[in-house]
Structure formats: C-alpha cells, structure tokens
Write a protein that binds this ligand. Structure first.
Ligand SMILES: [Zn+2]
Length: 552
C-alpha cells in the first residue's frame, strides 16, 4: 500500500539530504523524502497518511550478525538470563519441566558462565533433574552443560573424538564432566531435541538428509516466523545471517513467496576447516540461485577461533595464569588459499575472529587474496574482533575490511559481566579490547549487530550500549557518537552486506524499509535510549510491527 509519513524527524543516513520531515512510499520503494509539501505533491491521493507526531524516522535497521533460525527456535526454550545460584536454577528448570512434559530434551539458554559459584558439572544438573535429559547453553553459544542422562543418551558420557578446538571435557574418573566446548562437542546433545537439521547451518554447513518434507518445513517456518516477528518488533528490516546452508535459503524463499518474510536476509555458505576447496562450488551455486531482494546468498562464513570465556579464542599471548592461548581453526597458508579462491569466485568473506592472533591471521588471509587477485569491491569483513594487536589496527582500513562488531558484547557494556575481563585479558591489554572508535578512526567501516540469540536483539539497547560504554582501566574512550552508531545500524550495515543499492538509507528509489522510534532520538538521554520502544516498522512498504501505544 502507498503510504506517506508526515510530521516526522527523518534522519535519512543519506549525506546528500540528511534530514527531512516527510517520506512517501509507493510500490515497495521510497518515492520521495523532503518537506511535507514536497512529499504530498508526489504521493498519490490514495496514500495512507501516518502522522509520526514528531518522532524520529530512520531507515529500517540492518542487523549485521545474527542467527535467525536458531534464535527463532530458541524462543520456546527455557531462558536463564539473570538467573544465579543453584536454587534459582533448580526452580527455573523444574517449572519449565512441568510445562514441557513432551520435550525429549529440556534445553535452556542464556546460562552465565558463573551461574553457580563453581564450574558447573553434570552432577550439579543431576541434582536438579536426573531422569530426563537436560542441558543449558552459555549466552555466547560456545559452551553447553549437560546432565548425565543427556550425556548418556547422546553417547558422549565416556568422551568422543573431536576436531581441534572442540572439547568434551573429561574428569579424572574418565567420564565427561558435563561441560562441552564448541559445536562439535555439544551437537550430539542438541540433536536430542529433534532439531539437529536446523543446526546444520552452524554445525557442519551441510544439508539435511533426508530433505525435510512439507510438514517438517512448515514447523521450521513457524519457528523462523517467530524469530522474524521478534526482530520486526525491534525495527529490523534487513539481516545478515551468520550461519547457513541451502536449506536455510529455501525455507526463507518459501516464506517470501508466502508473504511471511518480514525482513531481507542474506545467508552464507559455511566453510568448515575439514572441507575440500571444491566444496566452494556449493557457495557459488547458492550465490547464483538466491539473488533476490529478500533472500540472497553470496558470502562465505568461516570461524577462525572460538570465544574468550571458554579460552578457545586464539591469542598471541597465553591467557592470564595459564600456558594456553587457544588455537586457529584454519592453518595460515591453507586459509590464504581458501580466501584467494573465494575472492576469485567473486564472493564475500566473513570470518569470526575474536582473539588477537585470530584477527591477525584473518587479515593476513584477506591481504593475500587481494595481493593475488588484485583489488576489487570485495568488502570482506571480520566478525567480533574482541582483542587486536595495535600493529593490526590500521590494516583493516587499508584493506577496506569491515569491523562487524557488537555493542552489547563488551563485558560491562550491556548484559555481560565485567568479571570476564580479568579472567581472560591481561590488564595491560584492556586498552586493546573491544575497540570500535579506534578502528573507525583508522578507517575501518563499522557494522553493528547483536549476534542474537547470543545477546538481546534490541537495537535500541545496542545503541545505548555503544553510546554509554565506560572505558576499561587504562583504555581509551571507545564510545561512538549517536549519528555514527545509527549509521552502523543502517547504511553501514547495508554497505557491509552488499545491500547498499537496495536499502540502508531513505532515498528515492531505495526500498521502503523504515522504522519510527517512539520519541526524538536526538533528545533522549543516552542512558534511556535502550528503554525507548519502536513505534512502527515498515519493510518493503508493508507494516511488519506496530507498537501498542502508536496509532498509525
Ligand atoms: Zn554469531
């Protein structure tokens, strides 16, 4: 439907015309941006008029790093955010168990690493529920703790052979302690829940066999729909999914054809270390098959390391008080060859790199690809960059590498506890942790995200985190200004996802993707932005979310 939004404070993110008071939408695209009179003159007489009441209007948010299918399916699982101590944990599980008698696995999300005061074991969980498989996942999604029933059912109570970086932690008695680090280790537990085929995009990069039938796909699409509705309520109209396979694309494409897709989704091919180079043919095939405005592929995701909390992030120096420094999941020379091959295929690369050694090795790979193939508009990106050596900071900007970083992630910035800082980073390196402003000042394009379901997908809370973060001891001020933050959540994200010809700014000819904030974002104190609601989300000219208090 054609629409005209008036009486608005429009921040277009288009440098040619940064501010306006009205926007007209037609045929799923932006028709005009300007004064009310200018816009009215162009909008058809049948256009629906929405009075924004002086609220801020922005391009729809671009979530640059999330996991839609996983996030959608986790919405029905037990949520342990904020739960601390054995008694609270037990009460939460018992309540959830009582309401979910039919589930083959009682799965919980958001279990803080320090949920109990000592490291969690299967015996702790057995004291909660012993006769049914139960398990809980850390917020970063890189560790799972399972009870004995779950470990037994999954066949890993006595350990299992694992690829490098993935660990079934074993106790002195020769049985698994219950702590499982990285996906290959806890994949068998998650599979007990009957959703293993939805985990493939992150686990193996493979396709479900047998191919899910109509009924199974319908159930999967309902989970994705729940995830999409959750994102629409946070103003998100585009997203870069950071796991994937062809099945993910097919599900989303079916939803688009059924009119159920409320955000544009970019889906990668997931390249695992054990794969032959030839498997990149599948990445090219996905890129060729999915080229639409709503579902597209065209990039390859890899993991260079794990995460800091489980000390699987690959560091230049040993973790405090240990000899460990994590390990690279790809060997350097092979990684350079893989990057060169992906780049030669005209595809984009996104690598999860958290430790400073992982970040350096990823840059080395991108640099090698550029040296061998020549410079092109590749927009390769690095996801997370939690620690970086100062010598590598200018290399991002010089090579045009996007820093795809998450304002909710630094300990203390939003939901993650400050205690992580001391246990994983040497004090002297706090100044090199979670750099955003520094990377930007050295020329790296920024794209912001939540990594949902790792953290709350709320963009408004993310904006607040980016603007209010306090410097770590001995570190510089890494806060980013409101306008730079909004840019990284809109036009910056669109550029980093090769979506800039489609969305990310409010400009005639681009997609009718916008969000109305419930207030004037330039007047809201930074520490209250996170509590500000979304009034209206519009994707492709269609209203995908309307706040309860907003009469459109
Ligand atoms: Zn992720």
């Amino acid at each position: 439907m054609d629409m005209m939004i008036v009486n608005a404070r429009v921040l277009t993110m288009d440098p040619a015309k940064p501010r306006a008071e009205a926007v007209a939408l037609a045929g799923g695209k932006v028709l005009a941006v300007g004064s009310r009179a200018e816009v009215e003159a162009l909008a058809g007489p049948a256009a629906r008029v929405i009075d924004a009441g002086g609220r801020t209007v922005l391009p729809g948010f671009v979530e640059s790093h999330l996991h839609l299918v996983l996030g959608g399916s986790e919405l029905v699982q037990l949520q342990l955010g904020g739960v601390h101590g054995f008694d609270a944990l037990k009460a939460a599980f018992l309540d959830y168990a009582a309401r979910n008698g039919h589930r083959p696995l009682l799965m919980a999300q958001g279990a803080a690493y320090e949920i109990l005061d000592q490291p969690v074991t299967r015996h702790d969980l057995d004291r909660i529920i012993a006769d049914r498989p139960i398990a809980m996942m850390s917020p970063d999604h890189h560790t799972v703790w399972a009870n004995t029933a779950a470990l037994t059912a999954a066949g890993i109570l006595h350990g299992a052979a694992m690829p490098p970086g993935h660990v079934v932690v074993m106790g002195e008695d020769g049985t698994a302690t219950g702590e499982l680090r990285e996906f290959e280790a806890f994949g068998p537990i998650l599979a007990l829940g009957g959703e293993a085929h939805l985990q493939l995009g992150i686990a193996t990069g493979g396709e479900p066999t047998p191919w899910p039938d109509d009924a199974m796909r319908a159930a999967d699409k309902d989970k994705v729909a729940a995830g999409l509705a959750h994102c629409a309520a946070h103003g998100i109209t585009s997203m870069v999914n950071m796991d994937g396979n062809r099945y993910t694309c097919v599900l989303l494409k079916e939803m688009a054809d059924e009119g159920r897709l409320t955000a544009r989704v970019v889906v990668p091919f997931h390249m695992k270390p054990h794969m032959e180079m030839l498997e990149l043919e599948r990445a090219s095939a996905m890129a060729a098959e999915f080229t639409g405005d709503w579902v597209r592929s065209g990039f390859v995701k890899m993991f260079m390391d794990g995460v800091v909390d489980s000390r699987t992030a690959y560091m230049l120096n040993a973790y405090p008080g240990t000899m460990e420094r994590g390990e690279a999941l790809f060997e350097l020379e092979r990684f350079k060859d893989i990057c060169t091959e992906i780049d030669k295929r005209g595809l984009q690369i996104a690598v999860h790199a958290i430790g400073d050694a992982a970040v350096r090795q990823t840059i080395d790979g991108y640099e090698a690809a550029q040296q061998r193939n020549g410079k092109r508009d590749s927009r390769h990106r690095i996801e997370h960059i939690e620690l970086i050596d100062r010598a590598d900071v200018p290399r991002l900007g010089a090579l045009g590498i996007t820093a795809s970083v998450q304002p909710p992630h630094p300990p203390g910035a939003m939901d993650f506890p400050m205690s992580t800082m001391d246990s994983v980073f040497h004090r002297a390196r706090w100044r090199d942790a979670y750099l955003w402003k520094t990377l930007r000042d050295h020329g790296a394009p920024l794209a912001f995200a939540s990594d949902w379901p790792v953290t709350d997908v709320s963009v408004m809370r993310g904006i607040q985190a980016a603007m209010t973060r306090k410097p770590y001891d001995g570190a510089g001020d890494e806060r980013v200004s409101l306008m730079d933050t909004l840019y990284a959540y809109t036009a910056g994200g669109a550029w980093a996802g090769h979506l800039d010809g489609l969305t990310g700014r409010l400009k005639p000819g681009l997609a009718a993707d916008l969000v109305i904030i419930d207030g004037d974002i330039e007047q809201i104190p930074a520490d209250q932005i996170g509590a500000t609601e979304i009034a209206l989300t519009v994707a492709g000219g269609r209203i995908t979310y309307q706040g309860a208090g907003f009469a459109a």
